[in-house]
Design a protein around this ligand. Sequence first.
Ligand SMILES: Nc1nc2c(ncn2[C@@H]2O[C@H](COP(=O)(O)OP(=O)(O)OP(=O)(O)O)[C@@H](O)[C@H]2O)c(=O)[nH]1
Length: 220
Amino acid sequence: MGSRVNMRPTSKNTLLKVVILGDGGVGKSCLMNRFVSNQFDEHSFHTIGVEFLNKDIEIDGETYTLQIWDTAGQERFKTLRTPFYRGSDICMLTYAIDDKHSFRNLQMWKNEFLYYADVKENVQFPFIVIGNKSDVEANEREVSQVEMETWCNENAISACIETSAKNASNVQEAFATAVQHWLRLENRADKNECLYTDTVDLTKKQSENRTSCCINASDE
Ligand SMILES: Nc1nc2c(ncn2[C@@H]2O[C@H](COP(=O)(O)OP(=O)(O)OP(=O)(O)O)[C@@H](O)[C@H]2O)c(=O)[nH]1
């Protein structure tokens, strides 16, 4: 387990905890490293437990510090990763477009996240679905964009994107879309449902227009 944190002077930045989930080998670590360091490792090792990196992103003139948690996708590391779900602002559900099994497992990942993050059942959480490895040859593709969009519709998830950590396609866009999605839910006028059942992180800076730990429960 390792961590690197950008040592920045305190500012008005909003800190958002982003957790990346998905089967082992779909490219979670590579996505994080592409986004944070603009690097790609062809021989990336399996993650054990969790690792996190910070990276700033600017959306509509506002700066957000993303605290990105890369988790171990292999089943045997479940007990090491699940304690880190609590307090997440955004969850990236990741699969590889050349691995149907990883796509089918999205439901399991969503359920695992909701259970261990302790998110209330009736609230809309900012999930984004990521179909990684979009660089693979067409004949290696096992999941179409339409299948991804259909699954998202069925699960009331309005944000999805195909990425390639290898050639950097849509990686920046994926994180930007995730923050925009979080903002949409955050800025709802009628914030009448608490996101988490019992936790409030008092150490965390929240956006200035955030009035509570609340988010609208209705669909987007
Ligand atoms: N072609 C292609 N390969 C990728 C891409 N992203 C990652 N890979 C490769 O997929 C393998 C697994 O990548 P990782 O980032 O370690 O996967 P992970 O999801 O973090 O895996 P765990 O740590 O076991 O959960 C590595 O060999 C990467 O080089 C991509 O966008 N395209």
